[in-house]
Ligand binder design. Sequence first.
Ligand code: KG4
Ligand code: ZN
Length: 411
Amino acid sequence: MTMFPAKVKRLHRLLQHTFWCSPSLGKAPCSRLILGIETSCDDTGAAVLDETGEILGESLHSQKEVHLRTGGIIPTVAQQLHREHIERVVQEALERSGVDPSRLSAVATTVKPGLALSLGIGLEFSKKFVRQHNKPFIPIHHMEAHALTIRMLQHVAFPFLVLLISGGHSLLAVARGVDDFLLLGHALDEAPGDVLDKVARRLSLIKHPQCSTLSGGQAIELLAEDADRTRFPFRTPMGQTYDCCFSFAGLRNQVNMTIMKKEAEEGIEQGTLLSCVNDIAASAQHTVASHLAKRTHRAILFCKANGLLPSNSPTVVLSGGVASNQYIRKALTIITDATGLRLLCPPAKFCTDNGVMIAWNGVERLREGKGILPPDVDVSYEPKARLGVDMTAEVKAAAIRLPSVRMKISR
Ligand code: KG4
Ligand code: ZN
């Protein structure tokens, strides 16, 4: 996207006049304020942050329960729900923050990747909003936002390794700067959250008294707690492929076959709860954790071999909805302990989608003056968008073999 000099000048003027000065706020006498808007999947989120990362107001509308009842996300339903809620959610975030739109320095909105129909609602709303209030616009990459959230919560300097796992994605990347990523691995088929959601649906966990309002991943984590993860020894995917990419579709097949076999043995129909759901959940969760841990282990070794991480306090950041899972966090801790890295993970409410992480990404970009557009620039959404420079071929060519690590994960 090219910007004409007159436009650039106008944008600078706009940014200069959007500082918010309040001597009563000791820590940031002239802090700029950002509104963040998220609608890439099934959460309508908005938040107002100041430049220090303080959350002044936020609002979130989750569509989870509707999609649980319809057996998965139907894009047109998600779009309609975003349409119904976006105005209220943004209003609520603004009201809770006590910030009038005129005092905002910019609006940051997820424009990629995600469901086209969902992204469209957030983008259309934001375009109107920035034009109406004459504010700069910062388009946000949803995965960049997941990767940077941790920096809102604690000091983490670039570069660091990041593992992002959600309902739509899984990727390993080196974060070298706000908009500078090296992609080491990505999903070849389905994402881990998607597979956990599908397994939960196939197991009819919505009928389980403890799971009726939980997402698939949450339900599987809960049922796995006191179960036997060794009862169904599913194969960890891609054992013979020495790269950092992910594949979960084969695991879903293995789990489905086991479920069919058990239904036949127990003489029950699909849609009825099996007696062994807990053990299936625990075995599936363990295999997901083990696959993620192995790919991350290789990514760490690749980074070490290529000097991609600092020698002082090298860090792995884990985020995205599936990163809320405590068992997966423990599996990754085993790897980071074995390799001398530290593992950082935002609390669950910042791992799943929300407006705060988008606003924070806006803060990071505003501070660096990166990707800030005038209100009238035409921006489109992109349902598919890679993060960073693709290094997956180099990782594969390195063919790093892993030393064995005992995955004894305590509960
Ligand atoms: O990041 P997110 O909110 O949305 C996407 O960008 O996809 O992630 C949602 C995914 C869902 O698939 C959900 O089942 C999964 O995160 N999830 C979990 C847990 N909580 C949410 N998966 C495993 N364990 C959890 N505790
Ligand atoms: Zn997400």
